[in-house]
Design a protein around this ligand. Structure first.
Ligand SMILES: [Zn+2]
Length: 208
């Protein structure tokens, strides 16, 4: 398919981008200065579907390709998705996708374990504030493989919040460093125990 793109100057988005990159860089300690991600603003659902080569759901507004971020243009945000637009939520969505870029570059693994992949992006982007705080965690471990599953967003951010806030980010980064793309769920659980010293089970997590 053919896409016509042009560069754009947008002071708001440039500030959002620089702030997100700075904060994510502090977390991952990557010192990412060269070959940083591009942000592609996609004007409508039809173009999203053309790029993705599938019919996408109306909640789906952003993704990464390589290390670059693709996001539905804010000018068409409410018309072409089910979300209400606000500057804060839009900025959080960009930071969410950039968190995926950082995770991918840092770990060399993309999209799995799905709960860790999404949970980290939700936690780091500030999107937990938009979510109803749960009583307990009961299903996030079900989401391991990389394919997009809507339910993964419910609990995973709280699971990652628990890991980072009670056990520190160093352990989480250490875990990300030893991930391999071909790891099975069982192999991952073994690596998790090696880093954290406890089993990857719901009883060992709680919502803060
Ligand atoms: Zn995501």
């Amino acid at each position: 398919m053919i896409l016509k793109i042009k560069s754009e100057e947008d002071k708001f988005l440039e500030e959002v981008y620089e702030k997100a990159m700075k904060e994510l860089d502090e977390f991952f300690e990557l010192n990412w200065k060269r070959n940083r991600p591009n942000i592609y603003l996609i004007r409508d659902r039809k173009t999203i579907n053309t790029i993705r080569k599938e019919e996408t759901a109306d909640w789906n507004v952003g993704w990464i390709g390589g290390i670059d971020v693709y996001i539905l243009d804010k000018d068409n945000y409410e018309k072409e998705s089910c979300h209400k637009y606000s500057d804060e939520e839009y900025a959080n969505t960009i930071k969410h996708e950039l968190a995926h870029s950082f995770t991918k570059v840092f770990s060399g693994v993309s999209g799995k374990p799905k709960w860790l992949w999404e949970g980290l992006a939700i936690y780091l982007s500030g999107q937990l504030k938009q979510r109803k705080r749960l009583e307990k965690l009961t299903n996030f471990l079900y989401f391991y493989e990389a394919r997009a599953v809507e339910g993964v967003y419910e609990e995973s951010g709280f699971a990652v919040e628990f890991l980072v806030e009670t056990h520190g980010k160093k352990k989480l980064l250490a875990l990300l460093k030893i991930l391999k793309e071909k790891d099975t769920n069982e192999e991952f659980a073994g690596k998790f125990k090696e880093i954290y010293g406890f089993d990857l089970t719901y009883e060992n997590f709680r919502v803060l």
